[in-house]
Design a protein around this ligand. Structure first.
Ligand SMILES: [Mg+2]
Length: 399
């Protein structure tokens, strides 16, 4: 494992970056908000990754992105590189099916404690426990008859795949998000901010057992942690309510919070009797007024202030160490570009394949605000950092 200089995702994908709201960064491509009828969708609602509507929109992006440069060249096959067997594997299956394309998918998750293994499951989804197995995978894909040319679309998942490789560098992205939550809470709650309380709520409620309640939605989780931290409800009470089925969904929770906050605003004596309750309440009320209407409007990433802090905490981790920093430190503290994914993608690009990257992150967590852009901040895919990994260039050259 070594560093391979400094680069950015822009080197691979240019601006063919599609974020959570399905609005491509490359403004030559219209986004979901304008193109949903052309995509064959019923509305401009932003689908989640596992939904068939997401695949429909993705097919449209792939087709349109190819047509930008080569309008006479139809996409005929699909390659997909990701890091989660369920989410990315199924996104690949849906996309290949919706496009009517033969396809191959690589799911990487480094596990150096186990012997190297590349296994292939149903629908050509291969699981590799080394990112370097991308070379073996590509060899097998070529042998299976893939064209790997201008007719090939290559979709690369961004988070924990193209950057912050799973099993190697991924905790940096999670740390950035958690720090973003802490900063948001500190800013909103002021003196009432209690780091331990936010951490305890986050550690508990991030667990998969609570996914039916949180919908595994980071914005929802952040709001809930903030509400707990502000003292709207204490963690054991909330956990008990979830366990007995009294609190079933985030929509129910924020609806309940809305009522509680409205009553507190009327200075209901029951509330003011709670010691330590009121100081954090103003901050919670302020952010509630922003978040709640967006939740009601169906915005899947309604906690914008949190996501803006996540962007800052993430971008601070790009290129933050000197180029000669030890590898272990780089992987622990810095968001690195995954060298094996980079080499694979650039090899495919040289053969004429269409490359694009998709992220589950919303705009606010990926792009600078206008004020930050004026200070020189760049979108994450245009921010430089070290490329780290095991070079597979030799194997690719022999292909
Ligand atoms: Mg990912």
């Amino acid at each position: 494992m070594q560093t391979h200089g400094t680069t950015s995702l822009h080197e691979i994908f240019s601006d063919l970056v599609i974020l959570r709201n399905l609005q491509p960064f490359d403004r030559r491509l219209p986004g979901l908000a304008d193109a949903w009828p052309a995509m064959g969708l019923d509305s401009a609602r932003i689908p989640r990754k596992h939904e068939p509507e997401y695949a429909k929109a993705s097919v449209w992006f792939v087709t349109q992105a190819r047509a930008l440069e080569l309008p006479e060249t139809p996409v005929r096959e699909l390659l997909f590189i990701g890091d989660t067997a369920m989410a990315d594997g199924n996104a690949f299956r849906n996309l290949a099916r919706a496009g009517g394309w033969p396809g191959w998918c690589f799911i990487g998750a480094e596990k150096l404690s186990a012997p190297a293994s590349l296994t292939t499951e149903a629908d050509n989804v291969s699981l590799g426990n080394r990112w370097a197995l991308l070379a073996d995978w590509l060899t097998a894909v070529k042998k299976a008859g893939a064209r790997l040319d201008e007719h090939t679309a290559v979709v690369v998942d961004m988070d924990k795949t193209a950057i912050a490789a799973r099993g190697r560098n991924a905790s940096v992205i999670d740390d950035a998000r958690v720090q973003g939550l802490h900063r948001t809470a500190a800013g909103l709650l002021g003196e009432a901010f209690d780091l331990a309380r936010v951490q305890a709520a986050h550690n508990e409620l991030k667990e998969p057992v609570y996914h039916p309640f949180t919908a595994d939605n980071q914005d929802y989780l952040a709001y809930i942690c903030l509400a707990v931290s502000a003292g709207l409800i204490d963690l054991p009470t909330l956990v008990e309510q979830i366990k007995v089925g009294q609190m079933r969904s985030f929509e129910q929770f924020i609806g309940w919070a809305d009522g509680e906050l409205a009553r507190a605003a009327l200075r209901n004596p029951v509330f003011s009797e709670k010691p330590g309750f009121l100081p954090g309440l103003d901050g919670l009320q302020a952010i509630h007024r922003e978040v709640y209407p967006l939740v009601l409007a169906g915005d899947p990433t309604p906690f914008k202030a949190f996501r803006r802090q996540e962007y800052l905490c993430t971008v601070e981790r790009f290129g933050c160490l000197p180029e000669d920093a030890p590898i272990a430190q780089m992987l622990a503290e810095q968001v690195c570009i995954t060298q094996e994914v980079r080499e694979t993608a650039l090899w495919l690009k040289r053969r004429g394949c269409l490359l694009l990257t998709m992220s589950d992150k919303p705009d606010e967590a990926t792009l600078p605000s206008a004020a930050l852009a004026a200070q020189g901040y760049q979108p994450l895919h245009r921010t430089a950092s070290a490329a780290v990994g095991v070079s597979i260039a030799g194997q690719l050259a022999d292909l």
